[in-house]
Design a protein around this ligand. Structure first.
Ligand SMILES: C[C@@H](NS(C)(=O)=O)c1cncc(N2C(=O)c3ccc(Cl)cc3C2(C)C)c1
Length: 481
């Protein structure tokens, strides 16, 4: 689909959500998309990459009723973000909003826009993404990362051989849920013990079901969805109800404790928000539920990809292990200082998110006309930065297929190349939680185990609302005495 020269680019209605009435061919193209069934949806990132290779650094497409401009070069991303205004906006997820309305729940910041989004976001920033907030929940994440190592040692000691080859998928979900729940609620779920409790296991699979059913629903207007009332829609709603029930139980526990008496010491993000009482309880619940569900798969996947890449790039793994030992040898210090003294480990995470961006695009509706690749894109046009395509474009990264964390430490200008968490005031609010969680996990795991992988072949990825491996790799853990 070619972009039409500027003049012919139809001026869109001011707000991105007022879509032109879909012409016959829009529905036809949607039907064709649907007919190619989820396979096509699941390769969205590869379709975009191929489109850029064929059409160049900018192209326009009409997905169903969406008219969208796609770019992949850092300077175009910079241009786009410069015109995002003070209320940056992404495409909404109508099936999620439909569920909130159905159940009369408030929306969290992910689904809010305008003034409502901004007032919630500014209050939440203080506890969730600020350096001060991060320093408070950092020790909680550290405790869970250490428990993960203990769990692995316990398993290996049961083995006759002194190693363990395992599909880590389920364990990583349990780790990220345990860690984010501890930081959010100040409570341990016990997922890293021998028999993790069934209710939390049900929550994890509900998040997976919800994410999996979100994708095909992205392109069906909710009215049609409910009317058709397919199994897909019923599964989606049922998964949401399980997610909200779990979050509600956790919130009730901490709320009762809170009402009994102000907890003196820091006991997680939720307690701090209750204590500050700047957000009404139902807004706290809506956001904490988003963070609980949004903190599982998003952080587990990059950990799996990083372990795999370090297993098939042993020299990088050794260099990072040396950096960890070096950081430890400088004696006991505040954890945030230890993490700041491991630039190579932090770059390894950047390299993982370059090749495997959890969110494969960053979207904005520019609030004023913006020039991208010499085209005038009218305000209100949905624009996407193709992170997957950018991360693997030889125009942006030299030897893009090589896993080379050092590229982020060179003097090269990397501005607007590390966009995996988005950009600006609307960037991922879970960024510090995710980065800290992953750094601590890798620091403890790499200090205790050598990681190897059965097969060195590239992992095929599928897009199921988040970028995931088609088949999880088998990893071997060998204890380092
Ligand atoms: C994958 C990426 N998509 S994105 C935001 O770039 O388009 C992403 C990044 N950070 C967080 C998420 N979340 C989830 O996974 C999720 C689940 C359930 C709920 Cl109630 C809320 C969420 C959010 C949106 C927080 C998703």
């Amino acid at each position: 689909p070619q972009i039409s020269p500027c003049a012919a680019m139809g001026r869109r209605a001011s707000s991105g959500s007022a879509r032109p009435a879909p012409g016959r061919n829009a529905w036809l193209s949607l039907y064709r998309l649907w007919r190619s069934n989820s396979f096509h949806f699941q390769r969205f990132h590869l379709v975009m990459q191929r489109n850029f290779q064929r059409l160049g650094p900018i192209y326009r497409e009409t997905i169903g009723t969406y008219n969208c401009v796609n770019v992949l070069l850092p300077r175009d991303a910079a241009q786009l973000f410069q015109s995002e205004g003070i209320f940056p906006r992404r495409m909404g997820i109508e099936s999620w909003i439909a569920h909130r309305q159905l159940r009369n729940h408030k929306c969290g910041i992910f689904l809010l826009n305008g003034e409502e989004w901004r007032s919630d976001r500014l209050i939440l920033n203080k506890e969730v993404i600020s350096p001060a907030g991060t320093r408070k929940f950092l020790p909680f994440l550290n405790a869970v990362a250490q428990d993960f190592v203990t769990l692995m040692h316990r398993r290996i000691s049961k083995n006759t051989r002194c190693s363990l080859t395992i599909d880590l998928y389920g364990d990583l979900f349990r780790f990220t849920l345990e860690a984010s729940s501890y930081a959010l609620y100040g409570e341990r779920l016990g997922l890293l013990e021998e028999s993790p409790n069934a209710e939390s296991q049900r929550f994890i699979s509900a998040v997976e079901t919800m994410l999996r059913t979100t994708l095909p629903l992205l392109f069906i207007p909710p009215g049609l969805m409910r009317w058709v009332n397919t199994k897909l829609w019923r599964d989606h709603i049922e998964a949401w109800d399980t997610i909200f029930k779990h979050a509600d139980k956790c919130i009730q526990n901490i709320y009762q404790e809170f009402c009994l008496g102000q907890p003196r010491k820091y006991s997680g993000i939720m307690a701090e928000l209750l204590m500050q009482a700047e957000l009404p309880l139902d807004s706290i619940k809506a956001n904490i539920t988003e963070f609980t569900a949004g903190g599982v798969d998003t952080t587990a996947m990059p950990l799996l990809f990083t372990l795999f890449e370090l297993a098939r790039n042993p020299s990088v793994q050794t260099a990072i292990r040396r950096e960890i030992a070096e950081a430890e040898s400088q004696g006991p210090r505040e954890l945030s200082k230890v993490l700041n003294s491991m630039p190579l480990l932090k770059s390894a995470l950047k390299e993982t998110l370059r090749l495997y961006p959890v969110g494969i695009t960053v979207q904005r509706y520019p609030t004023k006309d913006v020039v991208l690749q010499n085209y005038c894109v009218p305000a209100g046009t949905l624009c996407q930065v193709g992170l997957y395509a950018m991360g693997r474009s030889p125009e942006v990264f030299s030897n893009p297929e090589r896993y080379d964390p050092l590229r982020w430490l060179s003097k090269e200008d990397n501005s607007f190349k590390a966009l995996a968490f988005g950009f600006g005031a609307r960037q991922c609010i879970g960024r510090r939680l995710a980065e800290t969680e992953m750094m601590l996990f890798l620091m403890h795991v790499l200090r205790n185990f050598r990681i190897d992988t059965v097969s060195k072949a590239d992992i095929k990825t599928v897009f199921g609302f988040i970028l995931m491996p088609e088949k999880p790799p088998l990893l071997t853990f060998r204890p380092i005495d």
